[in-house]
Design a binder for this molecule. Structure first.
Ligand code: GAL
Length: 541
């Protein structure tokens, strides 16, 4: 009976597949609009420590409220933005069920996955799972080869929110870019289909789509940044990280070059965090902060890999710095660019979202200056020209994101703080930093004009709506509206309005319209105080 039902399911799935217009396979989800944040079991628990007890302890630690921070707020990792708890390798039973479906190790997970998933969800957190495109995972448990559909449907049925898909033990014939792309595409599409099938089968009145974040993990072997965006939400750009500075810096260095491939829904992934695993020396403490700065300026996924159950207050402070996390999670979704290198000192700039108007006079950047010298401190500077500003009469406000304060104005000298050497002078054409510690960073926010104030309607400058509309884009059933105070109306090709969305600030908005079909083409009208303009766009609902 069960077998017959499954066959019907598969037949229905294959039928639905043929209904899809060619080209409708663009990534269909509205997840991971900003880089995923959470915890992965691998770096700390490895293969043996991944158990129900440890996963629940991690979930508890994630929700635990700590002593008041610099803002006087009692926050938890969860309230700082971390939400996923990702099971990595070694959750599996010795083999699959007789019907081919995957199943968990019942000694490690006595209450089973549906229970575990429900429990984690009830704590307001999300949970991820792991598999491998090959015959076996890296730790020799069953891989997904030949089981994409049943694995995707099972993860969906269990309720998982995230899948990391590894690349160990693939056949020689699959060891090339085309095969790699197509194996990841297949799994990515099955994750979407599993959601569609579950949605169709659900009879609840308030049913909702449940998209699974798809993490591609071929370690950058076949340049997933070139094709991963169609299949997944993030892709590893490097080999595995470890606790050495060479590894942390090396992964970051490879990742930074790929800045142009990152954006909402598709992120470069230089691997999980080692913060908290680096020891307690002064150098290790400095490197932890640098690691955080380097990942955040790259808009990298922030997946903690340390023992968050017993971590020190200092580690919590680094992981929960909300000002630095805000740089990572900025909704514009730019990855920082290395603008300038002078000896061991590197300047990395990440443009941040500003409320309209985004003009030459109104800008916001995060800037990290890194001293990649493990023995000596160095001086460094951020020049206005690093930010593309040629008019040196412009003034910036500068905020140190670890000292949590605005530096005053020009020609001031701030007192250095240990591990955060930050004697800065704001001069006419640059911010000068007299001492960046060995392997250290200084992370500042630089604002020109008043980028955070939302202008009143009358002060909105006339804008070229056609140019603004050209910057709209669609992913899944979400649309990026690049203006503050605009309305988007969606019409079908018969001219009937089927949806409407108002923007209060630039960002991604979900479009829910009755009768919208997967891959359908619609007329999208953007209206602002400057008038309206229309574009034809394809949505995948
Ligand atoms: C590696 C992967 C690691 C971890 C490990 C588990 O291939 O890059 O992040 O998942 O497998 O076996």
């Amino acid at each position: 009976m069960v077998g017959r039902m499954r066959r019907r399911w598969v037949a229905l799935a294959v039928f639905l597949l043929f209904l899809l217009p060619a080209g409708a396979f663009a990534l269909n989800d509205s997840v991971a609009r900003t880089p995923p944040m959470g915890f992965s079991t691998w770096n700390y628990f490895g293969c043996t420590g991944i158990t129900q007890g440890n996963v629940l302890a991690v979930a508890n630690a994630m929700t635990l409220v700590h002593a008041p921070n610099w803002e006087g707020k009692q926050i938890s990792l969860k309230s700082a933005g971390y939400s996923y708890i990702n099971l990595d390798d070694c959750w599996q039973a010795a083999g699959r069920n007789a019907n081919g479906s995957p199943t968990w190790n019942t000694t490690k997970f006595p209450n089973g996955f549906p229970w575990l998933v429900d429990t984690i969800h009830a704590m307001g957190l999300k949970i991820g799972i792991y598999s491998d495109a090959g015959l076996e995972t890296c730790q020799k448990f069953f891989g997904t080869t030949g089981h994409d559909s049943i694995d995707a449907c099972t993860y969906q049925a269990w309720g998982f929110d995230y899948l990391k898909f590894d690349w160990c033990n693939v056949t020689h014939a699959d060891s090339n870019q085309i095969a790699c792309d197509s194996l990841y595409s297949s799994m990515g599409h099955w994750l979407i289909k599993a959601d569609s099938l579950a949605y169709l089968a659900d009879t609840a009145a308030n049913k909702q789509h449940h998209r699974i974040v798809f993490s591609i993990c071929d370690w950058g072997t076949y340049s997933p940044w070139l094709w991963g965006d169609t299949d997944g939400n993030l892709w590893r750009t490097t080999l595995d990280i470890n606790t050495s500075w060479g590894s942390i810096y090396g992964n970051w260095n490879q990742n930074i070059a790929l800045y142009s491939y990152a954006g909402p829904g598709g992120w470069n992934d230089p691997d999980m965090l080692e913060i908290g695993n680096l020891g307690t020396s002064t150098l290790a403490t400095t490197r932890s902060q640098s690691h955080m700065d380097m990942w955040c300026i790259c808009a990298a996924p922030l997946l903690m890999g340390n023992d968050i159950i017993t971590m020190t207050a200092a580690t919590f402070t680094v992981l929960s710095n909300r000002e630095v996390i805000a740089v990572d999670q900025d909704s514009l979704g730019y990855q920082g660019r290395r603008i300038r290198t002078a000896g061991n000192v590197q300047v990395v700039v990440k443009k941040l979202l500003v409320h309209n108007p985004d003009t030459v006079d109104n800008k916001k950047y995060a800037v990290v200056i890194l001293n990649n010298d493990s023995t000596a401190a160095a001086a460094g500077s951020i020049k206005w020209s690093d930010l593309g500003i040629t008019d040196t009469s412009k003034q910036f406000r500068v905020r140190n994101l670890w000292l949590h304060r605005w530096l005053k104005s020009r020609s001031i000298t701030d007192t250095a703080t240990p591990g955060n050497a930050d004697t800065t002078t704001l001069i006419t054409d640059s911010l000068y930093i007299t001492s960046i510690p060995a392997d250290g960073t200084v992370h500042v926010l630089m604002e020109m004009g008043n980028p955070d104030s939302v202008p009143s309607v009358t002060s909105v400058r006339p804008q070229d709506n056609a140019a603004v509309a050209a910057r709209m884009s669609v992913r899944g059933n979400a649309i990026y509206i690049p203006v503050a105070r605009g309305t988007v109306q969606v019409f079908d090709m018969q001219g009937r309005q089927i949806a409407s969305v108002s923007a209060s600030q630039p960002g991604w908005y979900t479009v829910a319209g009755r009768g919208m079909v997967r891959g359908g083409t619609y007329l999208v009208r953007l209206a602002t105080s400057a008038g309206s303009v229309s574009r034809v766009m394809a949505f995948v609902k």
